[in-house]
Design a protein around this ligand. Structure first.
Ligand code: IMP
Length: 195
């Protein structure tokens, strides 16, 4: 029987990506928890926010809980949108507004280097067991392109590619993404420390 892992997020795109990259686990979303609370992301770093989410949910279940806090850092915007990635355009989780604002902020700016960063926190019984981070470097395109993925994927071309993550599709994204890199560290940690 596969061990269960509850992902502490309402973002089902994240859950799908994590599920496809963790075939040896039964990856569940928050519907596995009765009345999960809204966790305010009041931290100033991905690690702080990921820890807040993991601990809040792991107090409600004896199962392993995984939180993912992630976002986009654009060099010429001093690292913005960063931890505010989900609400950059002014409305939580509105990808279209977020992408629109990003393009506006970058209008006329030549340096478009950026990275996606992901910090995972694994928790159980209200305690953080470990954290894992990963990043992927790339460039922000001049216009959105492609229909795959979520969030800023239509605007982000990973290093070495002209196409966005949304055009490249899930297999290529999941072979190199920030989330893939942090999940790789998580799986090797779990195979060593969780028997
Ligand atoms: P969180 O739920 O606070 O971690 O918000 C993460 C936000 O960062 C998402 O709403 C997206 O806007 C952005 N983001 C994180 N990971 C990705 C990704 O893999 N592709 C595109 N956007 C992402």
């Amino acid at each position: 029987m596969r061990a269960r892992l509850i992902v502490a997020t309402r973002n089902l795109h994240k859950v799908d990506e994590i599920r496809s990259m963790l075939p040896n686990y039964e990856v569940c979303d928050l519907s596995a928890i009765n009345n999960p609370p809204e966790v305010a992301e009041t931290g100033e770093t991905f690690l702080q926010n990921s820890t807040l989410k993991a601990l809040a949910i792991s107090r409600l279940t004896p199962e392993l809980v995984l939180a993912d806090d992630s976002g986009l850092e654009v060099d010429s915007l001093d690292g913005a949108p960063g931890v505010y990635s989900a609400r950059y355009g002014g409305e939580e989780g509105n990808d279209a507004l977020n992408n629109e604002k990003l393009l506006k902020e970058l209008q006329g700016i030549e340096n478009r280097t950026a990275r996606f960063r992901c910090v995972l926190v694994l928790a159980q019984h209200g305690k953080a067991l470990a954290d894992f981070s990963g990043a992927v470097e790339g460039n922000i395109l001049e216009a959105p392109s492609g229909v795959g993925g979520f969030g800023y994927d239509p605007l982000f071309a990973p290093e070495g590619y002209q196409e966005s993550f949304a055009e490249l599709g899930e297999n290529i994204k999941n072979s190199m993404s920030h989330r893939a890199k942090s999940l790789e560290k998580l799986t090797s940690w779990m195979s060593e420390f969780l028997k």
